[in-house]
Design a protein around this ligand. Structure first.
Ligand code: F0G
Length: 486
């Protein structure tokens, strides 16, 4: 036996496999991702006929929020509170401590939140918007401005209901769906500085960074941008808060896309992000991996005291704030699971899988694909529907009619009217969001969704009319709006 053969592994010996180069293992395929869990319990979902769906849609006043879940086959309305809990979380439910004050489950949650965020004070709330209500009751006054990156609608609602203004400082690249900027949730520093120069410091209680940025397509904010916003804000004496609903997904994108971050853990990255802020609001229904809950975490004792009073009035005592002890116990486990790389890799790869299928079919989607959802551009999909007839809502209803898939409009209905002029606010993008619940559907479901949307795309020229509003509420109209065919 010659010397080379002695050190060459048996499967690449030249005589046996002459086409394989010893120094190049490219014939070996990279293993695809696979879910780091298996399924222990299933829930039946039922298909319906197109005739049934057309009737149900009419009865729902063409508002998909009015559909019964039994009328939906695949529900992509939201990724909020719709995910599957792990066996560890279900186990934790049984150990929940339901004491009114000083519950052990609160202690577990508090320790976990401190470990992940480094914020010392914790106030549980019943969900994310309740955290906004409590915090903004303390911090936001009439006439204030709150700059940030495309504030979420409940966040904007809680600002505007206090007669204050949310100012969107998102980078312009976010509004071009083809632009492949890796961090389309970033804040434009010039726009932000303009706000800081225009308004006196007393009118700007804080700058709000939403991670990931839901309204601009589930797009992440880079660590570099957070640091730069912090530096600029420090110069003007403005503190930073995070709307952290999808903070773990944001940390995943930083690890995957930002130079120098690839070897850090998700928990390390998340902690560094939070270190540039003074506090956070959280909707635990997303990266908390639970079905209900939220919290505020912060370091300032005075703000904590003031917020405690509001919590007691609106939510409950400060060690449960509207959450059952068992839900806090499951949340403590969920926060740990959501900040594991393997979980995030499978979660975000599934969203990307669906996005890539749609791209293959030529469907216009927001690129790069976001963390929790794929966003379809209805202005490109249905160019014949005028904006006054709500093209994104029209597309969402067509997708439902086609295959029983419920999605949500992120367009003019959601953007509401200007609180002063009462005119429709036409956002830069008119999107349909396909939000993917966590650990809930398989890639077969993703294939089904992709083909359903392709079928609508193939018959897009036949869709000639949108909708008109017959009734709407003063604020957050999209949840309850009634529509008729135009
Ligand atoms: N902030 C962001 C970025 C959100 O996406 C949400 C909710 C909230 C705050 C409010 O939290 O629902 O617990 O009160 N987003 C859901 C969605 C409703 O479908 O994107 P909540």
């Amino acid at each position: 036996m010659n010397k080379e053969a002695a050190v060459t592994p048996i499967f690449v010996q030249k005589s046996q496999f002459p086409i394989i180069n010893f120094f190049n293992y490219s014939l070996f395929m990279k293993l695809p991702y696979a879910e780091p869990y298996r399924i222990k319990m299933v829930e039946e979902i039922r298909q319906s006929t197109q005739e049934e769906r057309k009737q149900w849609l009419k009865e729902a006043d063409y508002n998909l929020f009015n559909l019964k879940s039994s009328q939906v086959f695949i529900d992509l309305l939201t990724d909020s509170g719709t995910g599957a809990m792990s066996d560890q979380q279900w186990g934790a439910l049984m150990t929940g401590d339901e004491s009114y004050a000083g519950s052990r489950s609160f202690e577990e949650l508090h320790e976990t939140v401190k470990k992940i965020t480094d914020f010392q004070y914790l106030l549980p709330t019943h969900q994310g918007r309740a955290a906004e209500n409590v915090l903004f009751s303390v911090l936001v006054k009439e006439g204030d401005v709150i700059p940030g990156n495309s504030h979420f609608d409940t966040t904007k609602g809680h600002i505007e209901i206090r007669k204050a203004h949310a100012i969107d400082c998102t980078i312009d690249e976010a509004f071009d769906i083809e632009n492949l900027h890796p961090f389309k949730g970033n804040i434009n520093l010039e726009k932000l500085e303009e706000v800081y120069k225009t308004y006196p410091k007393e009118k700007i209680p804080f700058c709000l960074i939403t991670i990931t940025c839901n309204s601009s397509g589930g797009q992440p904010v880079s660590l570099e941008n957070v640091k730069a916003v912090k530096e600029l804000s420090d110069r003007y004496g403005i503190p930073i808060y995070f709307d952290s609903a999808r903070f773990a997904e944001n940390a995943y994108f930083i690890k995957k896309r930002e130079k120098g971050q690839e070897n850090r853990s998700i928990k390390e990255i998340a902690k560094e992000v939070f270190s540039y802020g003074v506090g956070m609001t959280m909707s635990s229904k997303k990266d908390g991996l639970v079905n209900i809950g939220g919290f505020i975490a912060l370091n300032d004792e005075n703000i904590f005291r003031a917020a405690s009073n509001i919590t007691i009035i609106y939510e409950g005592f400060i060690t449960y704030g509207g959450m059952a002890g068992r839900d806090m116990a499951a949340l403590a486990v969920g926060l740990n699971e959501a900040t594991e790389f393997e979980y995030l890799e499978s979660r975000i790869s599934q969203v990307e899988y669906l996005g890539n299928k749609l791209i293959e079919f030529g469907i216009p989607v927001q690129k790069p694909i976001g963390g929790h959802a794929v966003f379809v551009d209805s202005l490109k999909f249905l160019p014949n529907i005028p904006r006054e007839e709500y093209p994104a809502q029209t597309l969402a209803t067509e997708i439902y009619k086609e295959a029983g898939i419920r999605t949500v409009e992120i367009g003019t209905l959601l953007a509401d009217r200007d609180p002063e002029t009462r005119e429709n606010r036409y956002p830069k993008l008119e999107l349909v969001r396909l939000a993917i619940p966590r650990r809930t559907y398989t890639n077969n479901h993703m294939d089904y969704i992709a083909v359903a949307i392709k079928n609508v795309f193939d018959r897009r020229d036949e869709i000639k009319k949108g909708y008109q509003i017959t009734w709407e509420s003063e604020i957050l109209r999209h949840f309850t709006v009634k529509l008729k065919e135009a």
